[in-house]
Design a protein around this ligand. Structure first.
Ligand SMILES: *Cc1c(COP(=O)(O)O)cnc(C)c1O
Length: 349
């Protein structure tokens, strides 16, 4: 099994192996809480809440997250959105012009964008017609330079989760890294893969505060993996990649997880109602199953319906240019009032 074959030194880029992380003032002297005079970082000494550099390791925030997710602080890396976390993965593990990654369209567009920016070949293996990974094709596409397989589960824009069996086959056979993007996991009744990072040394989970936690504006992405993987990423991350305001707001929010759960559960109630309503709309041909806070639908003519909705003041996402997604519209679940308005508009056009 993979667990014994996986060797992180086989996949880290040569230049990264030898790196020492930039050592900032805040790394060299770690406060133990006692009152000190800080004259080490050329900051303005007059307090205004943000005059000091932020904690480069975001210890307070990670301590709460570690407890909630039953992992160690050393299993967590935080970034400026999951987009930064994903970019760090390319920069740590993929050699430009040589290595490749595998993505499974239709899926989140950033994997391809980041591959292109980093000059990494992106090999696309279409999902099956039930939007599951095509494991046989994936392994036919993988070669010795394949470093990462990106699995988005629940998947954007389709909304479904990948079956445990499919994910396990990839995790166990692939000698590179398997990233499971769980941006929408809080809307799903499936369990997160975080609990399995001990079992699979090649497993990386990414999550975000942008969706269920309602904090897209502060930009906080999370990455959970083995201590070996996290320490490689720590070597290359910008020292102050998560700013002070973000750390504070995120800490408040994750410490008040009850409120997040209340909002998620309203969104799930609304999602169920919206699914029912969409099924009654005559031009909606299919409502795809969803584990996320959005619903993908197949309609008679996506461009026309998109324009009609827009004229009535409702902006949805037309996903028709994506493979397997001809004539599809993606509806994010809004507030009760917004969804009511959406349904009225859908019924009127
Ligand atoms: C929205 C979304 C994200 C979030 O990215 P952030 O940079 O954390 O805002 C990540 N992955 C997927 C699949 C998404 O749909």
């Amino acid at each position: 099994m993979n667990t014994t074959q996986f060797d992180i030194n086989q996949i880290v880029r040569e230049n990264v192996k030898g790196l020492n992380p930039y050592s900032s003032a805040r790394d060299e002297y770690v406060s133990d809480g006692s009152k000190m005079i800080f004259l080490d970082a050329n900051e303005n000494p007059y307090e205004n809440g943000v005059n000091r550099y932020p904690d480069p390791q975001q210890r307070n925030l990670k301590t709460v997250l570690a407890e909630q997710k039953s992992v160690l602080v050393e299993n967590i890396l935080l970034g400026n959105g999951s987009d930064e976390v994903l970019d760090l993965l390319f920069r740590a593990f993929c050699e430009p012009g040589i290595d490749n990654v595998i993505t499974l369209p239709p899926t989140y567009g950033m994997y391809k964008v980041l591959a292109n920016i980093n000059n990494i070949e992106e090999r696309e293996v279409l999902l099956t017609d039930t939007f599951q990974p095509n494991v046989t094709s994936i392994f036919k596409t993988i070669d010795e330079n394949s470093k990462i397989v990106f699995l988005c589960s629940p998947n954007n824009p389709t909304g479904n989760s990948f079956s445990e069996e499919n994910v396990l086959q990839i995790l166990e056979k692939f000698k590179g890294l398997v990233v499971i993007d769980e941006a929408y996991i809080d809307f799903s009744d499936k369990e997160s893969w975080i609990s399995r990072i001990k079992e699979y040394p090649n497993l990386i989970i990414t999550q975000t505060l942008s969706k269920a936690y309602g904090m897209a504006g502060i930009r906080l992405g999370l990455c959970y993996a083995s201590q070996d993987i996290i320490s490689v990423l720590n070597k290359i991350k910008p020292p102050y990649n998560v700013n002070e305001l973000t750390q504070k707001r995120a800490l408040d929010r994750v410490s008040n997880i009850g409120q997040v759960n209340i909002e998620v559960s309203s969104i799930l109630t609304e999602r169920a109602k919206l699914i029912q309503a969409l099924r009654q709309i005559e031009f909606v041909e299919k409502v795809y199953p969803t584990d996320a806070n959005f619903i993908l639908t197949k309609v008679d003519n996506a461009n026309m319906r998109y324009d009609q909705l827009l004229k009535q003041g409702v902006v949805v996402r037309n996903r028709s240019t994506q493979p397997l997604c001809k004539d599809t519209l993606r509806f994010t679940v809004g507030t009760k009032e917004e969804n009511k308005k959406l349904i009225e508009v859908l019924q009127s056009i």
